[in-house]
Ligand binder design. Structure first.
Ligand SMILES: [Zn+2]
Length: 234
């Protein structure tokens, strides 16, 4: 497996001189090989994430196109959740009206329906994203890119899982940051309690989607590069 970060670093103007052989007569890839391979990764969210995460200055240079690609996946998701809430509310008010029309007190079945519909509204409300999601998106995307670039290593053991030859208590030796919520809240400039209530779900959805899309693009990029390498050596 090639080192994607190093490969993509060759595309940076300052490091173009990298493209000399790596010694030992091993076949090496040139800058134009790397650029061509990158060109074969389908355009879209994955490629934008990969470039933002791996390319030096990528986060800054790709901000605009990345924001567009993110908006394209956020919009249908935001709309789907908002519609689910509107429909659940509509169902509830319809059922209340129907029950209200009957002259007798509500039957057990009617009560059950009302209870179910109220629960459905509560659930949909919980899952709906804040109305001002679009306005907060660019800060969240920047925070996700930062996290994908630097990883979420446990700050106590720096990802090693061990502190002073003892298992790290903070992360239980996993090396993964145990409670990233506070850091995430501060990175997106948001009060931690507000983050937990309103933004955590959106952020985690975004992180998962961007991470997955970026990984798929990175695999495609690595595959194109590895197909390229032996041919040059032959
Ligand atoms: Zn740790």
């Amino acid at each position: 497996m090639v080192d994607l970060r190093e490969m993509l670093a060759r595309l940076n103007a300052q490091t173009v001189r990298f493209d000399v052989g790596q010694g030992g007569g091993a076949p090496s890839l040139t800058t134009s090989d790397v650029a061509a391979a990158l060109g074969m990764v389908p355009a879209g969210l994955g490629r934008e994430v990969m470039e933002a995460v791996y390319l030096p200055d990528g986060a800054i240079r790709h901000r605009g196109k990345l924001a567009e690609a993110v908006l394209a996946i956020v919009r249908p998701e935001f709309t789907r959740r908002a519609r689910a809430l509107a429909e659940a509310e509509d169902d509830l008010s319809f059922s209340k009206e129907m029950v209200g029309l009957s002259r007798r007190s509500p039957s057990d079945a009617q009560r059950r329906i009302l209870r179910d519909r109220e629960a459905a509204v509560a659930l949909a409300r919980e899952q709906a994203w804040p109305k001002n999601t679009y306005q907060h998106l660019s800060r969240m995307v920047a925070a996700v890119v930062l996290e994908l670039t630097s990883g979420n290593r446990c700050p106590a053991c720096l990802g090693a899982g061990i502190v002073n030859d003892m298992g790290c208590k903070d992360c239980r030796c996993t090396g993964i940051e145990p409670t990233p919520d506070r850091r995430r809240a501060l990175t997106i400039d948001c009060d931690p309690s507000d983050y937990a209530k309103r933004w955590k779900a959106v952020f985690e959805w975004l992180l998962a989607e961007m991470h997955q899309a970026g990984e798929i693009a990175a695999c495609q990029f690595a595959r194109v590069l590895s197909e390229h390498e032996p041919r040059r050596g032959a």
